[in-house]
Design a protein around this ligand. Sequence first.
Ligand SMILES: *Cc1c(COP(=O)(O)O)cnc(C)c1O
Length: 462
Amino acid sequence: MAPDYQRIPAIHRLLDLPSLQAAAADHGHALVMEACRAAVERLRSRLDAGEVSAAAVEAAVEALEEEILDALRIDSNAAYTSVINATGVLLHTNLGRAPLPQHFPPSLKSYLALEYNVTEGRRGQRLAPIADRIARVCSAASAVMVNNNAAALLLLLNAHASGREVVVSRGQLIEIGGSFRLPDVMAASGSILVEVGCTNRTHLKDYSAAIGDKTAAILVVHQSNFRIVGFTTEPSVTELAGLAHARGIPLFVDQGSGALHDLRRWGLPHEDTVSQLLEAGADVVCFSGDKLLGGPQAGLIVGRPEWVDPLGRHPLYRALRPDKTALVMMDEVLRAHHSGHLGEIPLYAMLEITVESLKGRAQRLGRRLRAAGVPVRGRPTRATLGGGTTPEETFPSYGLGIAGGQQLADRLRTGTLPLISRIEDDEVVLDLRTVPVDQDRDLAAALVEAYSGLHASQDAGA
Ligand SMILES: *Cc1c(COP(=O)(O)O)cnc(C)c1O
């Protein structure tokens, strides 16, 4: 029997429905028309495929209106929805790394003196104000800011090592998050990678033997997201700087995480800070803006003027320069670092919360949730910095645990406000360290929604 196309309403009939007229006022006629066409098309193919029995056609036609409205609702959602991060991973690359400060600088809501000298009433410098701020915070002579650390390396190597060799230890040829592979970035910069040493051991004499006429620089790359342990050795930055300078070439360091303070203050393992690397003799240090700096996505390049200053005048700079949003937010975050008001930077606010206060929140949430029929319990957890910093390293935190496994975790993730949790021993674990206090109410609502949804579906299935 041929499919029953006659029963499918014409598009203009659908468009006449009051609910879709109202939707057209909200979303625009074109979008509603598109949604109607798509829904009708889907119904046609289901009829063609024999997926809808004659008896069910009526209901399928009835359902069209709701289907179209649903599609429009999804379409009008933001492309990047906000989520509750209860994973305990502070710098979660998939969730936007460092959360930005709550305070949105006024200059972002108005015109701003981006490339304008207000005192003299003429065109001003775009890079100089932020470069000055970065240099002061890092105790560096010069600084440049680009879009991310990959761009920083690309620019640095293209400007100073294109067509020439750069010496790197085999233990440092890293891949970060799939899309950043050091050898690929080097190749794109036009520089030639010269690998020295072995994966676990590279000696100063290996570097020394590799330096020749064509060598442009030594590059040290922080091992960021992995550790080589056991029988290992790498020369120190001081030793490498001594060697490089004796041979008339610079030492570049890709520090990665952008540690500006002694991490032991927060019970984390020590990592050389940017200014320590400069003091140890590095000519240039580059790092990300959205890792330990706690700022927007950016790549910062600091060091000696002879290597750093040409970067801001390089033709590639125009393609890699940050937009005004990143410049203004970076200035905001760097001022907090400079003044020591680290609590204004969400990353440091999260690091500074005590386990005791997290426990208090967990107790309050627990009482509220159990009263709503959700059997959570408070439990100790381990948080981690993430974002390719301090791998494997965890520190004490506190949160909630609830039985339910993957099914509950899936429901939490796909709820009205997505809540991202983790699973340990079949228990869904919510670490409160990465959840700002003002999201507690949303977190409770998400749990109630997911838990009752799961049990309603299980009861229906039983
Ligand atoms: C994170 C990291 C990068 C990549 O930085 P992006 O800002 O993500 O481009 C490069 N090198 C090291 C050592 C890193 O840790």
